[in-house]
Design a binder for this molecule. Structure first.
Ligand SMILES: [Zn+2]
Ligand SMILES: [Zn+2]
Length: 255
């Protein structure tokens, strides 16, 4: 192709892109407002980013609970010191309050893929150093029981795992399955939550779990009962290490 033709083609492409932007202006995945020119590369506008990505309080590396700045959390915090988790650490975008809580709740509904992807992107951006340190080889979303998945029409945890995996250039695989339906965790005490989830997950046969460093992805973590059971199933099948990545950490009723 001649130089002139190549420049023409480039101009045509740019004009086409501009026309698409006029027909479908890029919108913020959270507030649906038009994105300013400087925000085009982002999935949420600057104001929503400010609302969704707040300063993080110091937190326990073992269970992710917010702790005082001077707390000694080498062996975990007061909430998790007596608990043994099979995941080695927890990372998250922020606490399950205000706009982040609203966004996570909205992402549970069907047709919210752009918002779900935006939350996963914000999580990757915020936790890039911890993710680089962990060197995950496979991402896996916390599975839903098929009946709940069918009723909901989506599983935001699996969608988030897919987006995280793409950003980290690793595969996402369905390593786990639900062995049974469980009650909704909301409204249960910490002990009831653990009993409710006990043995609720198993590794799927034929998945390459042995020796793998697994990034386990969910939308919210409260007591760690769900992620703890998932990690237990992964480690029992030979996973070398499990890191939990959630969009929001709920402070609620942790034990
Ligand atoms: Zn916005
Ligand atoms: Zn802790």
């Amino acid at each position: 192709m001649s130089g002139v033709a190549s420049v023409r083609k480039g101009l045509f492409r740019r004009a086409g892109g501009a026309a698409l932007d006029v027909l479908f202006p890029p919108r913020c995945a959270y507030c649906q407002g038009d994105l300013a020119e400087s925000e085009i590369c982002a999935s949420v506008c600057a104001l929503c980013r400010y609302k969704l990505v707040r300063d993080l309080a110091p937190c326990c590396r073992k269970c992710g609970a917010p702790v005082g700045a001077l707390a000694d959390v080498r062996e975990g915090c007061g909430r998790c010191r007596d608990r043994k988790f099979q995941f080695q650490s927890v990372i998250y975008l922020g606490l399950y309050v205000d706009d982040l809580r609203s966004a996570v709740l909205r992402a549970k509904h069907p047709h919210q893929d752009l918002l779900t992807d935006a939350l996963a992107d914000l999580l990757v951006d915020r936790q890039a150093p911890a993710l680089a340190d962990f060197r995950a080889e496979i991402a896996c979303g916390v599975p839903m029981h098929w009946r709940r998945r069918w009723l909901r029409g989506t599983n935001s945890a699996e969608r988030m795992a897919g987006r995280l995996a793409r950003r980290l250039s690793i595969p996402t695989l369905p390593l786990l399955r639900r062995t049974r339906a469980t009650q909704m965790q909301a409204g249960l005490s910490p002990a009831e939550r653990q009993a409710n989830m006990r043995g609720a997950f198993a590794a799927r046969r034929g998945q390459p779990i042995g020796g793998a460093r697994v990034l386990l992805v969910d939308d919210v973590m409260t007591t760690g009962a769900t992620c703890g059971e998932c990690a237990k199933a992964l480690v029992a099948s030979g996973a070398a290490a499990v890191m939990v990545a959630v969009v929001a950490r709920a402070e609620g009723t942790q034990s």
